[in-house]
Design a protein around this ligand. Sequence first.
Ligand code: GP9
Ligand code: MN
Length: 624
Amino acid sequence: MSLYEAKGSNKVKIAIYNLLIFIKLLVFHHFIDIQYRSILVSLLNVITSISIFSIANYLFRRRKDEIFMGLYMALTALLFFDSLYYSHFFTLIPINAIYQVGHLGAVSGSVKTLLKPVYFLYFADWPIVLYLYFKNRKTAAVDTRRRSPRQLSWVLLLFLCIFFGNQQVKIAAGGFYTPFNLGTYNYHIYDVYRLFGKTPLVDNVDAWMEILENETPENPIKRYHGLLEGKNIIVIQAESLQGFVLNREVEGQAITPVLNQLISKDTLYFSRYYEQVGWGNTSDAEFVTHNGLHASTINFSYKQYEGKQLFSLPMLLKQEDYETIVFHGNEPDFWNRKSMYPTIGFDQFISSEELNMEEIIGLGLSDKSLFQQSMAYLKQLPKPFYSFYITVTSHYPYVMAEEQKGLSLEKYEDTLLGDYLQTVNYLDAAIGELIEALKREGLYENTAIILYGDHHGLDARNEEINAEVTEFLGKPYQEDEMYRVPMMIHIPQSNLKREIKTVGGQIDFYPTIANLIGLETKDENVLGKDLLNTKEGFAVQQVHTGKGSFINNEMMFIISKDGIFENSKAWHIHTGEPVELEEAREGYERAIAEIFLSEYIIENVFQVSEEEDSGVSMELQDGE
Ligand code: GP9
Ligand code: MN
């Protein structure tokens, strides 16, 4: 009897494969810590898997055994790779990663450190499944039954289950899908739809504007206005530099002696400044910093907003005859920088193509070499200049040769925290060398040196790291410390020494610096605020935490992973005591309004340049 004479045999196979998938989904969803309705989430995902098998069963007439086997292997492998990705990034592999696959080689060191034998358990059943497959397969079998619409009505029914099931999820989660309320397969499908589907953002613009209008206004007379006028500006975006390392010792040694020295004199130090990156990590830190707008929620901003005629800080400076230049010791097309920089307003991009890659540490050229090689350019640049550095030595996994390590550690030797602190200490020394070089070349006095961290390097969601850092800090390591990055503006001979405790984020950089230089930002195109002229602190978090999370001068609110407000957590940043969730609702609504209004501004106010390579354009369309 041929395979297809045995009625229902394909259905039996589909059922067996999907039973196995269901078991693996339960394990996977437990691993990524889905707490809310995790069995229902797994069920909705296995229905998706059954639909995929059913469609294949309907479409393909021959080689069904191979096709089913292939599907089973692919769906299992996806769980394996998602687990690997989750263990470091605490989310599922985003579809936008396809734009970065060319750079996998560069981060392979990081990827290897994530592989754990336990993840191979997803393949534990493969020997048996493969054995049964080879024993029973009917490669020559052809399904001769007529395709009937009735076969498809079953798939339609499954789709309806998925649709209505997930509608309920969306309602409970305040309108947002997350990997943790959709589960793996359904989230990946949604992610593909979101990336390529481009839904217009028009529904709630008025409501968002109304929410944001209630913000506290800035000082009418701007303090520090024009303080940096005519000065050269150096901005160092420091890789993975977190706030807690400043003015702190490890085993009796200062971690950042140079930065500590800087903030003790001639420096405005922002001690409650927060990262606001999205999918594009380092590059999103650059994007948010230079544009005063949020990172894309869908893709890394340098891809999502490629070709947009933005009106960024470097462009504003170009209007004042500043020369603008970027230094980064890595491949120029990493994070799509090469394509994006002309529209951000950079005249020159000095990357691995121009630099002598003489000393590689981790991902790219060592910070010391980067700073040292940049001096030749700075000396020749017309003044004033805006010089932007993106450092790379303190990138995960924080591996350096013994002779490059500046701290002598015993207790923390060979721990991730110890390795991290070594690279931060190296970066600090590199900044010291840069300052010395600027002094030697007579550039120091007339140059403001601005520094901030791009994002966290030590993820508090990782249990091992959390335990290490909690012990090191002597207090629980939570998001308010994890997302805090230092920001400082060093103005030689200014006699300014001030610690600004107003909560702010990278989105506030542009208006703050513009005011210092004596320039105005266009209010309708920038959502950040001047941190030197406002008391009201507010910084939005997204992507790493989910939309709606925020920190203000009093509290931190982290939206639950499943997006449900009632399952979220909030605490006082000074005491660590829990806050009544309702007290956070206003901030939650404001955070969401800010994220979407930002996206709306970028999508609707800024036009796509007709010739993407035409260089920098100053023309702006009026906002609506
Ligand atoms: C590479 C570097 C990567 O150019 O910017 O940093 P990441 O985004 O992985 O922190
Ligand atoms: Mn980075």
